[in-house]
Ligand binder design. Sequence first.
Ligand code: PGA
Length: 241
Amino acid sequence: MKLMVMKNYDEISKACAGMISELVKKNSEAILGLATGSTPIGTYKELIRMHKEEGLDFSKIKSFNLDEYVGLGGDHPNSYRYFMDHELFNHINIIKDNTNVPNGKANNLEEFCKEYDEKIDRAGGVDIQILGIGSNGHIAFNEPSSELSVGTFVVSLTESTIEDNKRFFESIDDVPKKAITMGIGTIMKAKKIILLANGKSKANAIKRIVEDRKLTTEIPASLLLLHPDVTFIVDEEAYGK
Ligand code: PGA
């Protein structure tokens, strides 16, 4: 694992966007693994700037997102499809049909999950996967548990995640209780992984991974220590400085 400790959120975002743009310039048909949440917003802003000011070209890029709430359609402002359209896709020249976000309204969710993994494999696999981390150490919606799933699956969200995400909803009762998420195995298949973390609330999870260097399903992000090309880009607060 490579660790980069940056001064602040702005520097994290620029470092991550720099790594993505390097890949996109080298491979115009690269496959990006994308994340939602507040953490990657700065990275997306920087990618939009690079597209507008420097002509960074996404016309042949494909993307797969990590997760989506069950029951929310893409036109729901709290859905992750809506987030991706508004925070990134609508502002760059990526072709919408080349962007994939799990369908939270699929009729057969189990079948959808299986097909999502197959679609990623058929496309050639994710070249670079961006991840945030939950304050409880989750990645995507792989929540701390005695067991973790390998492939994409339907998960019941933990109380801590519902609590973390209620800020985006009118009330805690409006937060969906289930989501579709890539499994740890799906995430680990990416050729390169970048995990971003900023702020004090992430410090405990980061410390337990970076200092303890132990694998535990109680901190799902710790399994990333097994990946051959993973970079943690964190700010001083998330590093506990
Ligand atoms: P955040 O969420 O970026 O909104 O902090 C990260 C996550 O829960 O994975």
